[in-house]
Design a binder for this molecule. Structure first.
Ligand SMILES: Cc1ncc(COP(=O)(O)O)c(C=O)c1O
Length: 505
């Protein structure tokens, strides 16, 4: 015993914290980071909207290499971030960013992330982090309220809409399978089937795969000319599955598809879900926040009847990633799906509200604070105004495209997505040869715009045609930036058409 004590005393243990830093250095580093952020936010066009192409070797030479044995000066590291990382990063703060569903972060919500990370705010247990738990509960309630889902929603912040949709399917299965899926699993049981339109986001397919349902059991229902789910086909598909001995458990409605912004007839979907006693989930990752704009409200009729809802504040609320959430009507929907408290955590839990029990993760950053801050700082009316402006801007872009001799508006604008293509004035679409040429031309135009770096839209495919797609959800986008983007697309489109026809000749 004495020997052991002697040995312990003889060991040289550090008195200093090996990773510590003095207050002056911390402040100076912080100021440098804040300077970088401020420069970027106040000169939003200094960096291109899409980064210049980089070779793997170039990136490897800066960010690769062997594991560093020794350290490096923090100031020098920040210089690498400023001079090497930022130029190789896309620029969502750019006023001509209209690709994907990507928005700038508001300054305060961006800045607060440094604090959240530095002090590791985490909404796990009430005892540990009562404020973060309360903020997440409040953010979920506010979000559910503003989109008309419920004024008392339960909710859990996820990394993104993808994860929220996965959680929704997991909850739906626990609630509607009809047996104890958590303990018994799904083997030797009726095949579980879920239903969504063919325009659903790909994360729904991946959720079905991950949950062991198999993507084939996610029935992809065709859409009508407005890219909304075909209700008759849906009804027939459910009935056919029931006849075949399957167990339909979930119906997913789109409140704004990623391709066109189409909104399924949610009220009718709610009727169908009710009739067949299946869970009704709505994917509102992109679109549901548009319900803040009074003019868009009627489009979402039926949302208030959903059992669960996916929302992505990191899109239209313009917060940083990762701010998405799954909302349900009752906390037990989430709790019955996830709650499992191991012995080593029992002491930390207590009887209060622990967000840990309502989701899968244990260690998890505070994702709700930025949502709470955004809504506190601007208030919901300011967001309603922002979103209404975006809807108006999309209609304005559509009108300009309609009036232009060399563009074709491919679908009517529902929310803030505009799908269109460049069609040289002397070509008449419709014949296979022209369609093939237009597909190649529009794909090339999408690439050329990205390479140009002064504006960005993305592309997609609709009814077999390659189209361009502008999605306006970001606060720096204005009428001027829409005009400039269109002018640039026109200029690049003309040039490409000339070059491509020259090569064909
Ligand atoms: C309708 C819809 N659902 C889900 C997602 C996935 O969301 P996230 O990118 O936050 O994972 C998106 C993304 O654009 C979307 O538009």
């Amino acid at each position: 015993m004495q020997d052991t004590q002697q040995q312990a005393e003889n060991q040289s243990l550090p008195e200093d914290n090996a990773l510590a830093m003095d207050a002056k250095t911390i402040r100076e580093l912080g100021y440098r980071i804040v300077d970088m952020i401020t420069d970027d936010l106040t000169h939003p066009t200094r960096r291109p909207v899409f980064p210049p192409a980089q070779t793997r070797e170039a990136m490897e030479s800066v960010f690769g290499g062997p594991v560093p044995r020794g350290g490096m000066d923090a100031d020098d590291l920040l210089t690498i971030i400023r001079d090497q990382l930022l130029p190789a990063a896309g620029n969502p703060n750019h006023p001509r960013m209209m690709a994907y569903v990507l928005s700038a972060s508001t300054p305060l919500t961006g800045l607060i992330e440094a604090l959240v990370s530095s002090i590791k705010l985490r909404p796990t247990t009430w005892k540990n982090q009562p404020a973060s738990c309360q903020i997440e509960v409040t953010a979920a309630r506010w979000l559910g309220d503003v989109v008309g889902f419920s004024d008392n929603a339960a909710g859990y912040m996820t990394t993104g809409g993808s994860w929220a949709n996965l959680v929704a399917l997991a909850v739906a299965r626990v609630r509607r399978a009809g047996w104890d899926v958590r303990s018994e699993g799904v083997a030797q049981r009726p095949v579980l089937t879920a239903y969504v339109s063919s325009e659903a986001h790909s994360c729904i397919d991946r959720s079905a795969e991950l949950l062991g349902m198999g993507a084939a059991q996610l029935r992809k229902i065709p859409v009508d000319s407005g890219f909304r789910i075909d209700l008759d086909v849906l009804e027939s598909a459910i009935q056919a599955d029931i006849r075949a001995g399957c167990k339909p458990f979930c119906l997913i409605g789109n409140a704004g598809t990623v391709n066109t912004g189409a909104i399924d007839p949610l009220d009718h979907l709610a009727d169908i879900a009710q009739r067949h006693d299946v869970w009704f989930h709505v994917d509102g990752a992109y679109g549901a926040l548009a319900r803040l704009a009074p003019e868009a409200r009627p489009l979402f009729k039926g949302l208030e009847r959903a059992d669960s809802l996916t929302l992505d504040p990191h899109k239209w609320l313009n917060t940083p990633f990762e701010a998405a959430c799954i909302l349900t009507r009752a906390w037990r929907d989430l709790g019955d799906t996830f709650s499992l408290i191991p012995p080593y955590l029992r002491g930390a839990m207590g009887s209060e509200h622990n967000q840990y029990e309502y989701g899968f993760e244990l260690s998890r950053t505070d994702r709700a604070l930025k949502v709470w801050l955004a809504l506190r700082q601007y208030g919901v009316d300011r967001y309603a105004e922002l979103i209404a402006n975006h809807l108006a801007l999309a209609r304005y872009l559509a009108a300009r495209l309609d009036a232009a001799a060399d563009f074709e508006l491919v679908t009517p604008v529902v929310l803030s997505i505009c799908c269109f293509r460049y069609v040289p004035p002397d070509l008449t679409p419709g014949t296979p040869a022209v369609e093939i040429y237009l597909n190649t031309l529009n794909h090339a135009l999408e690439m050329a715009l990205a390479a140009d770096g002064r504006a960005l839209v993305s592309g997609t495919e609709l009814n077999g045609a390659r189209v361009l797609r502008a999605c306006i959800v970001s606060h720096p986008v204005t009428r001027t930036s829409v005009d400039e983007t269109l002018a640039l697309l026109q200029q690049l489109g003309r040039q490409l058409d000339r070059d491509m026809r020259g090569q064909l000749a």
